[in-house]
Design a binder for this molecule. Sequence first.
Ligand SMILES: [Fe+2]
Ligand SMILES: [Fe+2]
Length: 228
Amino acid sequence: MGKFLSELISEPMISEWLSAATLIDDLFPRAHSDRQRHSFFPHHSLAVRSILDICEVNSVKFFSANLDSLRKLYIDQLQQLHSAETQITDALPKMIDAATEPQLKQALQTHLQETEGHVSRLEQILNQAKGSVDSKKCKGVAALIDEGEAVIKDATDDSVRDAGIIAAAQKVEHYEIAAYGTVRTWAQILGESSQARLLEQTLNEEKHADAVLNSIAETANTKADKAA
Ligand SMILES: [Fe+2]
Ligand SMILES: [Fe+2]
């Protein structure tokens, strides 16, 4: 399907559409989360996604990040983390609604508030390091969130759903722990000590969230084992 479409759509057409999309992004630089973008420009988002899918199928590289230094790689990873955190901010309320165990709901609610702080810290760092945020879609966390949403949809027992939500949330926490550990270390190497401290704070909150979920899992898994 992608290949057939790509034969119908010429490169100048794609360039023109992407220019229009860039113009919209320039006009609304603060509309950084997928949810916000979608509410402003539902058709724009769909069109751009389709175009980028076609580009990917054909291995056409319109944008090259040109990662030829650790500093560029550091900023690239921070931009992806910003996307990850905004996606998590959108996903957590659905997980809180779907959870049954009050302790689990509370832990996810607390981490939602922390996650909003993680977005703010990344914006502070990116504004300082680059002068803008320019989020880059994090496909890893998008896939983990999709997995979690499928479990929520498919679980037919409350305690089994809770166990599935904990598993999905911990996968995301481990992704974040790996990513923040890396960018914190790169910030230290690059001499960005204040940025390293901010990233370390977030890293510690991710580790704490994971530990809290571990303790809730002890009883939640036992309850799930008694289901059906
Ligand atoms: Fe986070
Ligand atoms: Fe987290």
